[in-house]
Design a protein around this ligand. Structure first.
Ligand SMILES: Cc1cc2nc3c(=O)[nH]c(=O)nc-3n(C[C@H](O)[C@H](O)[C@H](O)COP(=O)(O)OP(=O)(O)OC[C@H]3O[C@@H](n4cnc5c(N)ncnc54)[C@H](O)[C@@H]3O)c2cc1C
Length: 399
C-alpha cells in the first residue's frame, strides 16, 4: 500500500485545501455529516450554517462528489473522494452527507428507472432530507426477518407496520423503506424496496429521546399507507438485494478516524492547560495509548479505501474498521471522563449558563461520552461484525 498521493491526487488535495481556506468560516460544527445531525446537535443556527456551507460546496459539484457528473456529482474517483473527505475532516468542516447523498442516491443510480433518477437525484443535491427505514422492533441484526407489510392493491401498495431507530425521520421528506411483499417466500426473497413520500397520509413519526437528551432517531408507524408502484425501486420481491447495495454504501470511515485523532489532541491540550504537573504517570500512558490507537484507526481506513480503489469490495476488512473505530470512540470518551473528573460530564448549555461556563472543552467530551455508546450498535453491532470477521475473514465454521 502506498500512503503517498500520486501527482493527480496531490493537485486535487491542494484544490480542496485552497477552497476550504477561502470559503470555510471556522465554527463549532466540525464533523457534522448531515442537515439532520446539524439540526439535532446545534438547533436552527447550526442547521443554517450547515446549509450555507453546503451551498458553497454545491457550486463546485462537491455535494455528492462521488456521483457521476451526469447526475450532478463531480465524478470523483474513490481515492479523490477519500482525499476530499480527509481534507474536510482535517479542517473540521462539516461534510456533505446524510442518507440521501450517501445511501439512497447511489442506490437509485444503480437500480432506479430514468423517471426515478429524474424525480429524486436533483432534490437530494438541493438538500432534500431522506431517512433509512430498515430496522424494526424485532428486526435489527436479523434485518431479513422484518414484518412491515406492503400489500398490492391495483397499481399501489398498502403499507402497514412499524420501524424504529430511524435517524432524522422527523426532518425527512422521503424514506428508503424495506417492506415484505410476499409473506410466503423465504425471508430474503419476499422483501421490496420503496421510495416513500413521508407526507403520505398514515405515516406517523414519533421522536425518541436518547441518553444524551437529543432526538436523533424516531419510531415511524404506517397505517394503511398508499405507495404508488412508481415508488418501487428495483423489482418486486428483490428488495433485499437492493438493500444490501444501500448498506455497502454505508461504510466509509476516514472522517471518523480523523475526528478521533482530533479528540485525543483536544484532550491533550486540555491536560496541558489544566492538569500540568498533576497528571499521574498512568494517565499519561493511557493518553499515549489513545493517540496510537487513533493513528491505527486512520491506517485501517486506508486499507479499506485501497481495496475499493482497486475495484474490490471490502468485506471483513470494513467490519474490522467498524469495530475498531466504534470501540475506540468509547475508549477515548472514557479516558476523557477519567482525566477530567465530574466536570467532564457537563455538556454545553445555553450561552452564558453555568454549564456553558464550566463545561471543559465546550462540553464536547460530555456529549461524546453519551453519544459514543451508540457507535458499537448503529450500522451493525460489534458482535455481528466479529461474526463476519470470524466466518468470512478467518474461514471459521458458522454456528
Ligand atoms: C444511533 C443509532 C442510529 C440508528 N439509525 C438507524 C436508521 O436510521 N435506520 C435504521 O433502519 N436503523 C437504524 N438504527 C438501528 C440499528 O441498525 C440497529 O440498532 C442495529 O442493527 C442492531 O439491531 P437491534 O437494535 O435490533 O439489536 P438486536 O439485533 O436485537 O441485537 C441485540 C444484541 O444481540 C446481539 N446479537 C444479535 N444477533 C446476534 C448474532 N447473530 N450473534 C451475536 N450477537 C448477536 C447484538 O450484537 C446486540 O448486542 C440505528 C441505531 C442506532 C443506535
Amino acid at each position: 500500500m502506498d500512503f503517498r498521493d500520486n501527482p493527480e491526487e496531490a493537485a486535487f488535495r491542494k484544490d480542496v485545501q485552497t477552497f476550504i481556506s477561502a470559503e470555510y468560516k471556522k465554527d463549532d460544527d466540525g464533523g457534522t455529516v448531515s442537515a439532520a445531525q446539524a439540526a439535532s446537535a446545534g438547533g436552527p443556527d447550526a442547521l443554517k450554517r450547515y446549509n450555507d456551507w453546503i451551498k458553497k460546496l454545491a457550486k463546485k459539484g462537491w455535494v455528492a462528489p462521488a456521483w457521476p457528473t451526469e447526475y450532478g456529482g463531480a465524478g470523483l474517483s474513490v481515492m479523490q473522494q477519500f482525499v476530499f473527505n480527509e481534507e474536510l475532516a482535517l479542517a473540521r468542516a462539516p461534510r456533505p452527507g446524510g442518507i440521501g447523498i450517501t445511501m439512497a442516491g447511489p442506490t437509485i443510480i444503480v437500480y432506479g428507472t430514468d423517471e426515478q433518477k429524474k424525480q429524486h437525484l436533483s432534490g437530494m443535491l438541493q438538500g432534500e432530507v431522506w431517512c433509512q427505514g430498515f430496522s424494526e422492533p424485532g428486526s435489527g441484526s436479523d434485518l431479513a426477518s422484518l414484518q412491515t407489510k406492503a400489500e398490492k392493491d391495483g397499481d399501489d401498495y398498502i403499507v402497514n407496520g412499524q420501524k424504529i431507530w430511524i435517524t432524522g425521520a422527523q426532518y425527512a421528506e422521503r424514506m428508503i423503506l424495506l417492506a415484505r411483499t410476499d409473506p410466503e417466500a423465504p425471508k430474503h426473497k419476499g422483501i421490496s424496496y420503496f421510495l416513500l413520500d413521508m407526507k403520505t397520509p398514515g405515516v406517523t413519526v414519533k421522536p425518541l429521546v436518547n441518553m444524551a437528551g437529543t432526538s436523533g432517531f424516531n419510531e415511524v408507524f404506517f397505517d394503511n399507507v398508499r405507495v404508488p408502484r412508481k415508488d418501487l425501486l428495483g423489482e418486486e420481491n428483490r428488495g433485499w438485494y437492493v438493500g444490501t447495495t444501500t448498506l455497502d454504501f454505508e461504510r466509509s470511515s476516514i472522517g471518523t478516524s480523523i475526528a478521533q485523532g482530533q479528540s485525543v489532541e483536544n484532550l491533550v491540550l486540555w491536560v496541558q492547560e489544566h492538569r500540568r504537573g498533576t497528571l499521574p504517570e498512568t494517565a499519561k500512558m493511557v493518553l499515549a495509548e489513545r493517540s496510537i490507537e487513533a493513528e491505527t484507526a486512520r491506517l485501517m481506513s486506508y486499507r479499506v479505501i485501497s481495496l475499493q480503489n482497486r475495484g474490490q469490495v471490502p468485506n471483513h476488512e470494513a467490519s474490522a474498521v467498524k469495530i475498531y473505530a466504534g470501540e475506540l470512540n468509547q475508549r477515548i470518551a472514557n479516558t476523557a471522563m477519567n482525566i477530567m473528573g465530574l466536570p467532564g460530564l457537563l455538556t454545553r448549555g445555553e450561552k452564558g449558563s453555568a454549564n456553558d461556563r464550566h463545561a471543559p472543552n465546550k462540553g464536547r467530551f460530555g456529549r461524546v461520552y453519551l453519544q459514543s455508546v451508540a457507535s458499537t450498535i448503529a450500522g451493525g453491532t460489534s458482535e455481528i461484525n466479529r461474526g463476519i470477521i470470524a466466518t468470512r475473514g478467518l474461514g471459521l465454521p458458522r454456528g
